[in-house]
Design a protein around this ligand. Structure first.
Ligand SMILES: Cc1cc2nc3c(=O)[nH]c(=O)nc-3n(C[C@H](O)[C@H](O)[C@H](O)COP(=O)(O)O)c2cc1C
Ligand SMILES: [Fe+2]
Ligand SMILES: [Fe+2]
Length: 397
């Protein structure tokens, strides 16, 4: 984006859209792009809040210069050190040699480690306030959302929270930056996907952050990815609250790995049977073709998960194994769970999927279905029984 947008008097958006990166963190697809947001607060003093990804440093500096002209920047506030936000710190320092860099002790240490910058730093702690003139900025560390140094910055006069990655989402900003000025349809799915992919492991720290920030009246959230939240502030806080408590909607995700289609057939049978039990939210994914972040998104969204796998080299289908690892890593909670799978000479997949459900302490209302070699009426019956048990459990929720 090559435009500057005034959010409130004296507060400007100076970030950029990225439509070129194919995978965020080299992992997560970006069908709608992503924005790296940075904000410039112009008062008696000038404060820049966060920087942006290295590919867009020149756009970023141009955006800043278009607003400031020959004026300098007094403070560069760093809420988060992940390189999608910190990569332009050195460039800002080169362009504005007198800028004082503001961060908590962990941030300051990382700035030295990443970029070798250690002079003219202002170390802040919880509740410290920087007076810019008419406006103040107060700092609230929110550790592990999703790095240890993460911090939120709050402007009490405008009731604006600069939240770092918290309340962020994938999706570039099209036609404006404030939610009320643009169509927000794409951002809700993209928020679930962003949360599940990036923040999903850190539910407890997100809850701690929400509790810490709860006393602050917040009208506007300026996050580092996605729209500036003004119209939907409450909705966005609510989504992050629910996701971080692992609260989900009624619905079933069926995901399977299948080399030759036998396990896929079981998945179809189970999906049909669940639908016929009156559960209308059923999504079915072949793990080998689907975007993994979409599967994670829906696992965070829905309260039931059924995983299937063919036995592959005495273990799970490799992509299913990777999915289990991602779910274990995120400590995904309270699923109504079922599993199924197949083998030809020595079954392994269903044993591992069953053990996984137990390890995760999920509710397993139905018997796992294990197929040897080919499909049969008996297997169809067992798939239907599993579906019935899952549906019955969901009806209790
Ligand atoms: C590469 C490969 C490795 C396999 N490894 C095993 C194995 O270790 N143990 C086993 O019982 N079956 C093994 N099988 C057989 C499959 O698990 C079995 O045929 C299964 O029903 C295939 O399901 P699908 O049609 O969904 O791919 C293997 C099959 C392939 C193609
Ligand atoms: Fe981040
Ligand atoms: Fe980020």
């Amino acid at each position: 984006m090559n435009c500057n947008i005034e959010i409130t008097p004296g507060l400007y958006y100076v970030g950029a859209n990225d439509y070129r990166t194919q995978k965020f963190e080299a992992l997560w697809t970006l069908p709608h792009g992503v924005s790296y947001n940075s904000y410039l607060m112009v008062d008696e003093k000038v404060a820049l809040i966060d920087t942006i990804e290295a590919k867009y440093t020149e756009t970023f500096l141009t955006n800043i210069r278009n607003i400031l002209g020959s004026r300098g920047i007094d403070y560069l506030i760093i809420n988060h050190m992940e390189p999608d936000h910190s990569a332009s710190i050195a460039a800002v320092r080169r362009a504005y040699p007198d800028v004082q860099i503001v961060g908590n002790p962990k941030t300051i240490d990382m700035i030295n480690g990443f970029y070798g910058i250690c002079h003219n730093m202002l170390v802040v702690k919880e509740g410290d306030t920087l007076h810019l003139g008419e406006k103040d900025l107060t700092f609230y560390p929110i550790p592990m959302v999703h790095w240890p140094e993460t911090m939120a910055t709050y402007c009490p006069q405008e009731k604006i929270l600069f939240s770092g990655d918290a309340f962020g989402c994938f999706g570039a900003l099209v036609g404006g930056v404030i939610d009320e000025d643009i169509c927000c349809d794409i951002y809700w799915d993209e928020m679930y996907r962003y949360y599940a992919s990036i923040v999903g492991k850190y539910g407890v720290p997100v809850q701690n952050a929400l509790k810490k920030l709860a006393p602050l009246p917040i009208d506007i959230i300026c996050t580092t990815h996605g729209p500036v939240w003004k119209k939907y502030t409450k909705k966005v806080i609510d989504i992050y609250d629910r996701l971080s408590r692992h609260e989900s909607e009624k619905g079933v995700v069926i995901v399977y790995g299948s080399m030759y289609g036998n396990t896929a057939r079981m998945a179809e049978e189970i999906a049909q049977a669940i639908g016929s039990q009156g559960i209308d939210k059923v999504v079915l994914y072949d793990i080998s073709t689907v975007d993994k972040s979409v599967v994670l998104r829906d696992i965070f969204r829905y309260n039931s998960l059924i995983i299937g796998s063919a036995t592959y080299n005495t273990g799970l289908f490799p992509d299913i194994e990777a999915l289990l690892s991602a779910l274990r890593n995120r400590e995904v909670k309270s699923k109504v769970y079922g599993c199924f799978g197949s083998f030809s000479w020595a079954g392994r997949a269903v044993k591992e999927l069953t053990a996984f459900g137990n390890d995760m302490h999920w509710t397993m209302p139905g018997a796992p279905v294990e197929m040897r070699q080919g499909f049969s009426d008996a297997i169809i019956g067992q798939c239907r029984e599993l579906a019935k048990s899952i549906a019955a459990e969901l009806k209790k929720c």
